[in-house]
Design a binder for this molecule. Structure first.
Ligand code: ZN
Length: 422
């Protein structure tokens, strides 16, 4: 692997480690964008002069540069999602069972539940706190990277058939992590949040809190050919899109580069900060003058993880569409429009890949298996813009720990820069 590819994969690892929750992912992208001159607008701000701007809302972020771009330049939008399947804390989470203190959780999205067992778990998210004046509320991002929680698996001696019959988990009774010892329900969780937020327990009003794997993202394999990390779906694309916007903003170009990161993809995108919500259409009409811009040459790149052909289960994949690691970004195609790609959009991406010297692969699922979906169909419907679904191949999608190639993330970044500047 080249030094450049190695550096880019390590930078992806830093981005993932900085982003245990969607709110932290938005914060990390903003940190990188403000370092190169992007400034914040708020949801209700009027249209402003051309420049490098961003707008955030919870776990969503839209950023763009109209600097030195003509008013009739087409837009090129890189879109991805900040959320990943995980375990989220219930409103009354404390309970005690057989001498253990546990925290009750809800399942968010569709995680591989078994992958959350026997892992050291930290806690992150946002807490809404009373802000001095009794009638005002402040949002505080919190994170605890010590291994404060764990979901221990039942020993094989007490579940002899598990390797033959498979592991079946009851999401209500089997997933509450243990966080300490004690026979009484001590009401300790709000105190943990208050300590992390630096406020009194009585000032904690509400939270969106979730558990995350605490082991850092890392290069892996005999020659560093892999990245092993939590939340690659879809922080890999958030990272590549952020870095592509940083690079594209400094390039001379006749297109307006836009980055759109959404929350709630894993639960269907139906929210104000999800891809089916009004955030991107509002930015396009209010701040980017969409009515003046050509529709036909504008483009949305819906960037999300793709399935690599699994070496032990290749029969789950279409035999003529094998997808490999470190063989280039993957174009995603589905006749039922679960992906938004169409031939004109795919041709545009193929030309960009040729100019950039990047190899591409194609994914299509077997006819006897439904594929997942992405934010692509929602975005193409909402914006009316041609949309292409693509992404980096990975194994173990929706595991607490996912796995991809280490040169593909850099190739995706290069491809997105080409698409955001040409
Ligand atoms: Zn995804």
């Amino acid at each position: 692997m080249s030094t450049t590819a190695n550096d880019r994969a390590l930078d992806l690892c830093r981005y993932v480690d900085a982003s245990p929750s969607p709110y932290h992912a938005v914060q990390e992208s903003i940190r990188r964008l403000t370092a190169v001159g992007f400034t914040e607008l708020h949801l209700d701000d009027p249209p402003t002069s051309p420049g490098r701007r961003f707008l955030r809302s919870g776990g969503a972020l839209v950023a763009w540069s109209t600097e030195d771009r003509p008013i009739d330049a087409p837009v090129r939008i890189v879109a991805a999602h900040t959320d990943s399947p995980n375990l989220r804390v219930k409103p009354r989470p404390d309970h005690a069972d057989h001498g253990f203190q546990r925290v009750a959780v809800e399942v968010y999205g569709s995680p591989l539940l078994n992958s959350w067992l026997d892992r050291d778990l930290g806690l992150s998210g946002r807490v809404m706190v009373r802000d001095g004046d009794p009638s005002t509320v402040r949002e505080v991002l919190i994170r605890e990277d010590r291994p404060v929680a764990r979901i221990p698996q039942l020993a094989i001696h007490l579940d002899r058939g598990v390797n033959e019959n498979g592991l079946v988990l009851d999401p209500q009774s089997d997933l509450a992590p243990v966080v300490g010892l004690g026979d009484k329900n001590l009401g300790s969780f709000e105190r943990i949040l208050a300590d992390l937020a630096g406020v009194d327990t009585t000032d904690v009003l509400a939270w969106d809190a979730m558990f995350h794997e605490v082991v850092s993202a890392t290069l892996a394999g005999l020659n560093g050919e892999f990245v092993s990390a939590p939340r690659l779906d879809d922080l890999l694309s958030c990272h590549a899109g952020t870095e592509a916007l940083v690079a594209a903003s400094d390039a001379a170009s006749a297109v307006v580069p836009v980055l759109a990161l959404f929350d709630h993809e894993e639960v269907g995108s139906q929210s104000p900060t999800g891809a089916a919500g009004p955030l991107l259409p509002r930015v396009l009409s209010r701040h980017l003058g969409q009515t003046e811009r050509p529709i036909d040459s504008s483009l949305v790149l819906s960037v999300d993880g793709a399935h690599c052909t699994h070496p032990s289960r290749s029969h789950r994949h279409d035999p003529e569409h094998s997808v490999r690691l470190n063989a280039g970004p993957v174009l995603k195609i589905n006749a039922q429009a679960r992906y938004a790609s169409d031939a004109p959009g795919l041709a545009t991406v193929r030309l960009a890949a040729e100019r950039a010297g990047i190899s591409l692969q194609s994914f299509v699922s077997r006819n006897d298996m439904a594929c997942g979906s992405t934010i692509g169909p929602a975005l193409s419907t909402r914006t009316g813009l041609r949309t292409v679904d693509l992404g980096v191949a990975q194994l173990a999608m929706h595991s607490a720990r996912e796995f991809c190639g280490s040169s593909d993330p850099g190739d995706l970044r290069t491809l997105l820069i080409e698409l955001l500047t040409y």
